[in-house]
Design a protein around this ligand. Sequence first.
Ligand SMILES: Cc1cc2nc3c(=O)[nH]c(=O)nc-3n(C[C@H](O)[C@H](O)[C@H](O)COP(=O)(O)O)c2cc1C
Length: 343
Amino acid sequence: MNKIDAGQVVHSLSLGSLKIQNNMILAPLAGISNAPFRMMMREAGCGLAYTEMISANGLVCGNDKSRRYLVFHDEDRPLGVQIFGSDPAILAEAVQIADEQGADLIDINMGCPVKKVVKNGAGAALLKDPDRVERILWAVRRATRKPLTVKIRSGWSSQNINAVLIADIAEQQGADAVIVHARTAAQGFSGSADWRIIEEVKNSVGISVIGNGDVKTGDDARNMIVTTGCDGVMIGRGALGNPWIFKEALSLPDAASGDARPSLMERKKMILRHLEMESVFEGGDGAVVRFRKHLLWYTKKLRGGAAFRAKATTVSDKDSVLGEIERFFDSLEMPDRTREAFK
Ligand SMILES: Cc1cc2nc3c(=O)[nH]c(=O)nc-3n(C[C@H](O)[C@H](O)[C@H](O)COP(=O)(O)O)c2cc1C
């Protein structure tokens, strides 16, 4: 059912005291959404970005890795800090730490289906324990005045769809928005997202509802808002190697979405810039190794990409990988018009 006029799809969004410029949001992605990645997406227009999930226990115990996630730059705002855990008191303490470190917004992860997280009662396991959800959000709400979001799934399994109940608890406990990944925890990251649950949650609560799941193009993002009535869209895998998805999502509805596809030159510039940021912010030759996955995503659909990746992912120093990138893009730009850059 169409609820929203396509012209009203993109708008600013108030989450508690925080006003974000637009409603297209970058998802927390463990092992991926570090500062350079977030900044690339911001340049493409995303209105809000999140850290990857950070362990509440890790923060409270002063674990270096956990604390490092809280080091960020002024250009990397507004920034949501996502925390996972199962103990209300520890989560509250962790939230306070994130608040003091300057988080613009706090999110509690209630959607992660990964075994080592759910076996400790955290992430999506919380969906099976609404009383604990209530106690956690009660404690967390008192630990910070920063805007608070809760990221949930449609339910634990297809027999236990309870996003509406959990969203209702979140609202009662003072959360400013609920993010609904429209898959069950049992689905993991496969199968398709069923956006109807986003619409159901939107019809049930008064706080903002951010829809998530299977947004692969800018059109998908706009469609999610039109068909579910949600207030904003969170994009995860669709942004990998594709910051332009935010540009597409934000463009006026009558813009031909195909035109948003970057030229080869733009793609190359984006890759070089991302790699540079990765080495500046994250440092050293390790950056090149960490960047391999991005190279893979950025060149996925390009002709000759497989051969390039096979080569580029064997080198681990920056100069060598830069050389491979130059050679690859030079080969694509040969003035042979019969050769298509895209497969
Ligand atoms: C590699 C990977 C890492 C993820 N890490 C997190 C995370 O740290 N916190 C979280 O709430 N969700 C995490 N997610 C889930 C995404 O935020 C998002 O909800 C999910 O991918 C569905 O959105 P999409 O279809 O746009 O990718 C992760 C997903 C992937 C694929």
